[in-house]
Ligand binder design. Structure first.
Ligand SMILES: [Zn+2]
Length: 480
């Protein structure tokens, strides 16, 4: 029994066989940096972190790439409104994104390419598509990908050259629509998508020279260029949220395979652009689609501000299978806190019993966890194996059946599993009694509306190296 993934390309669960084992190239569509990321976005990023960690657990050597989309319509609008430069505007949200990623215990991807750093590669790909007659320049100077010409093009060996690989499309019905439905009137066909957008006055300073005039890339070509630049023209795994499967990923395949690859490696060789496509399902929040007007729109920062830790948010985002729609709730976060406390308590007791002894990992938990996760990352079964193990360890500890060596072996197994789940140890920084006393005095001062005193106490706590944060669950002390 080996590792299996559900491949959107074949709509089947398949044995995972990378192109050049033990190496695995993994690309995940990253954020568009015009605002703070919400937890719906982060479900996908935590999922891609899980895939990477599990592949490493299974002995693969992963090259993990996540792009940063730092030029795109919404970004340009916001740059225009704020008066900042493109780099200043996107820089602040890129930093915030990376901080949020770290707070959710995601390992930093090996490469975080910015779209603006790969404009040359995008121009190269578009040039190849022009040479092959698949792309055309419209009257306004924009360049479009022609789906009809792609479908009729001379086929590369290895290039499926058909549009609609990820989703079943009835192109003949859908694509003959009049172009009035679109605001891009210069296209031959409404289905064609922009590879290069000619500069318009609202773009301000955001434009690059190209053989077709000044402009900027379309979003889809960005991911083709960045993924092939860093992982080669043909690579193993491409991940993203299910909302990206069409048209974004479909268009990535069409551009990449239609061009023959950034390095010309798809043309003439029986290779696809990507071997396995994995898509994560949507996240509902409090039972509904997340929306600012419903008050169920949370960024990672919002939840941390409510007193939840990154590991609590992470474990809730990881509690259901990635292909299932998941309902994220604040009550669920409380449940995560309780569940993690059970694990922490058990691991703490094992650590006490092991008393610094080391041992090779015990096989039981590792085998059960591997069996669960090999099955298309069946994380709910994975968690069940963890809690079965917790129950068994608690029983064995209570019955005095574990000596130091056995406790150390169980602990070593847990550490390997935890390296996949990415929970990490609970922050053990407990504030000393005198600091807790100051914090309690501050609560009393606040209740008495003596704000001068409560501010002075906050300052004193800070001077002693601690920060007090007010959360709906009461004040929380953190190291400054
Ligand atoms: Zn993408």
């Amino acid at each position: 029994m080996g590792l299996k993934f559900h491949n959107t390309l074949t709509r089947a669960v398949e044995e995972f066989a990378p192109l050049t084992p033990p190496h695995v190239g993994l690309y995940c569509c990253g954020p568009t940096v015009y605002d703070f990321g919400h937890i719906g976005n982060f479900r996908t990023f935590v999922f891609s972190d899980l895939v990477r960690r599990y592949l490493e657990f299974r002995g693969f050597s992963v090259n993990h790439v996540m792009n940063i989309t730092d030029v795109e319509d919404k970004i340009i609008r916001r740059v225009h409104e704020t008066g900042l430069s493109l780099a200043e505007f996107t820089g602040q949200y890129t930093d915030a994104f990376l901080a949020d990623l770290a707070s959710l215990h995601c390992l930093p991807p090996h490469h975080l390419p910015r779209a603006t750093g790969h404009i040359d590669g995008m121009i190269q790909l578009i040039s190849r598509l022009m040479e092959r007659g698949i792309a055309y320049r419209a009257a306004d100077g924009s360049v479009y990908f022609s789906i009809d010409r792609y479908r009729k093009s001379e086929r590369w060996p290895g290039c499926a050259c058909h549009y609609g690989q990820l989703v079943n499309l009835n192109l003949d019905d859908q694509r003959q629509t009049e172009r009035v439905a679109s605001d891009e009137y210069d296209k031959d066909n409404v289905a064609d998508f922009a590879l290069w957008k000619a500069r318009v006055p609202e773009d301000g300073a955001v434009s690059w020279p190209s053989p077709w005039g000044d402009g900027r890339p379309g979003w889809h070509i960005e991911c083709s260029a960045m993924s092939m630049a860093l992982l080669g023209d043909s690579f193993d795994l491409h991940l993203g949220g299910e909302d990206l499967a069409f048209p974004h990923h479909e268009d990535e395949i069409a551009q990449s395979e239609g061009s023959g690859g950034l390095h010309g490696d798809i043309a003439g060789k029986a290779r696809p652009f990507v071997k396995y496509w994995l898509h994560g399902a949507h996240l509902l929040v409090e039972g509904r689609k997340m929306s600012k007007s419903l008050g169920n729109f949370y960024t990672v920062r919002d939840l941390v501000g409510r007193g939840f830790s990154g590991r609590e948010i992470r474990s809730l985002l990881l509690s259901a299978h990635y292909r299932e729609t998941f309902n994220f709730t604040l009550a669920g976060l409380d449940g995560s806190r309780t569940a993690l406390a059970r694990i922490d308590e058990c691991v703490g007791k094992l650590r006490e019993r092991a008393a610094g002894t080391t041992a090779a990992p015990a096989p039981g938990l590792l085998q059960a966890f591997t069996d669960a996760m090999d099955d298309d990352l069946n994380i709910s079964r994975g968690w069940a194996t963890v809690f079965d193990w917790v129950r068994e360890q608690n029983r064995a500890l209570a019955a005095n059946e574990l000596d130091a060596t056995r406790a150390a072996a169980e602990l070593a197994a847990w550490e390997r599993v935890d390296h996949v789940l990415g929970l990490g140890a609970k922050a053990t920084d407990e504030a000393p009694a005198e600091i807790v006393a100051l914090a309690e005095a501050r609560v009393a001062a606040k209740k008495a509306k003596d704000f001068a005193k409560s501010d002075a106490l906050r300052a004193e706590i800070k001077a002693q190296g601690w920060i007090v944060e007010d959360t709906p669950k009461g004040p929380k002390l953190k190291r400054a």
